[in-house]
Design a protein around this ligand. Structure first.
Ligand SMILES: O=C(O)C(=O)C[C@]1(C(=O)O)C=C[C@@H](O)C=C1
Length: 291
């Protein structure tokens, strides 16, 4: 039969329904993640480990049983359950199977771009030795201190302007108008206070109303989207002080920033830089453990 134009009304209707189902799936996943965080708190209070292999096996078994009753392929159900548990673990600040390269093949197929797994794989000894040649951020701190403050500020302002161009232009960041948010890079000994004036972000000398504090590597992992804000705050690798409402608004916004609006070259640079910093940190930590 020769192809004909699909019925536009029927197709639009079905696609609207599909969109609704997609929304429901994401809302359910987010809700499941929140419940998992409660579970983590309960387990933490009792002093039991976060990961529970027995419970995960039961979650998979339930999903497989439902899948066979409704005619859903077992591999699809397995992949969905892996994804849900992976998300739950991240919400709880736990290492996930994805981090350890233990995911089933279908999982690798459907979430290849979601997380960077390669950087978590143990590097070879030769690789580790090379990575340890990269000085840790704390050793770069004295060098950075000789960079004049005005030059640091100009660099930061230019970087923020590039990364945040879209949300600055469309008003997403307007809650920052006249507010002062601090960023503290602990291991580099750097501290800036940012303020928004119109569509420009500037660095100011005044005291911050709220501050985000973290190491250079963790802030880079956040900026490059290799780690999500929730995990970093939950693991206290990033710490929020001062006006909680302003800090939380900024944090939530970081999660929702349209990453695709950041210039591609910058995204690639951030991603590579963050992966390298993380690999170097792991190599330095392993080196310290051996000595
Ligand atoms: O049930 C729990 O204790 C949870 O933390 C939730 C959950 C899950 O996502 O189902 C997540 C991690 C645990 O290893 C087990 C199960």
């Amino acid at each position: 039969m020769p192809p004909t134009t699909p019925d536009p009304v029927a197709l639009a209707w079905v696609r609207r329904a599909i969109d609704g189902v997609d929304d429901a799936m994401l809302l359910l996943l987010a809700g499941r993640g929140r419940l998992a965080r409660h579970a983590a708190r309960i387990k933490q209070r009792a002093g039991v480990p976060g990961r529970d292999a027995g419970r995960e096996a039961r979650v998979h078994a339930r999903a497989q049983s439902l899948a066979s009753r409704i005619g859903l392929p077992a591999a699809t159900a397995r992949a969905m359950t892996c994804l849900a548990i992976d998300h739950a673990c991240r919400q709880q600040g736990l290492a996930t199977d994805l981090d350890q390269g233990r995911q089933p093949a279908i999982h690798r197929m459907i979430v290849p771009a979601m997380h960077d797994t390669s950087a978590h794989n143990a590097p070879s000894p030769r690789h580790s030795a090379l990575l340890r040649l990269i000085p840790p951020p704390s050793r770069l701190a004295p060098l950075l201190r000789v960079v004049p403050l005005t030059a640091q500020r100009r660099l930061l302002e230019r970087a923020m302007q590039r990364v945040l161009a879209a949300p600055l232009a469309d008003g997403t960041l307007d809650f920052m108008q006249g507010r002062r948010l601090g960023i503290e890079v602990t291991d580099l000994g750097l501290r800036w206070v940012i303020e928004q004036h119109g569509t420009r972000l500037t660095v100011t000398d005044e005291a911050p109303e709220a501050s985000v504090r973290g190491t250079a590597t963790d802030l880079l992992l956040l900026a490059s989207r290799l780690e999500d804000a929730d995990t970093l705050f939950f693991q206290r690798r990033l710490v929020l002080t001062g006006d909680t409402e302003l800090g939380l608004t900024a944090r939530n916004l970081l999660e929702r920033l349209p990453w695709e609006s950041v210039p591609l070259g910058l995204r690639i640079g951030l991603n590579r830089g963050a992966r390298l910093a993380r690999a170097a940190r792991t190599a330095h930590a392993a080196g310290r453990q051996r000595t």
